[in-house]
Design a binder for this molecule. Sequence first.
Ligand code: HEC
Length: 178
Amino acid sequence: MIKHIIAAVVTLLAAWAMFLVYQSDKEVNKLEEIQKMIKKTQVKVNLGNTESVTQESAATEKASSESVEKEQAKKKQELDEKLQALKNKAGNVAAFKVSPLYKQKCASCHGVNGEGIIGPKLIGDSSEKIHQALLEFKSGKRKNYVMYGLLSKMDEGQLKELSDEIGTFEQKLQEMQK
Ligand code: HEC
């Protein structure tokens, strides 16, 4: 009888022990799961961080490219305004009369009164300086396709005429402003 009781108790104990082992296994599993979960969240957190970092740099890049665009737009506007001002200037608002030859051949680039647009300002230069420049452009000594192409179709007499005229621009302007 007692043997049976002992056997029963042992069996119970064994069952209990098995249950405990099973429980602790579960605990261990749980722990592992929790660790895995923690790892996962860590990875997520890390990813989140790097993502936010890249987003940040992308944002700053975007911002800088935006500011570059803004600056470019501003510069373009400034240039447009300058061009418009020059066009207005060139738009036959002459302070003094110029020869038809100058008006036709030179004014488009150097301005109606030699104030300069695409080409440099000519007003204020002496006739000698202008003549020298024209001769050098025509001979090719001074290289400029625009001026060379233009002057190649003009004769020496015209160059002299124009030089003499442009040399008087400054004086003419001063007389107009009196
Ligand atoms: C299509 C535009 C254009 C036309 C039209 C033009 N020029 Fe020019 N000219 C220029 C440019 C651009 C320069 C600057 C060239 C350089 O410095 O290499 C220049 C330079 C000059 C220079 C030298 C000025 C300096 O300060 O160095 C003189 C002088 C001149 N041009 C006279 C004339 C005369 C006179 C005419 C008319 C017959 C004329 N140009 C027509 C574009 C033009």
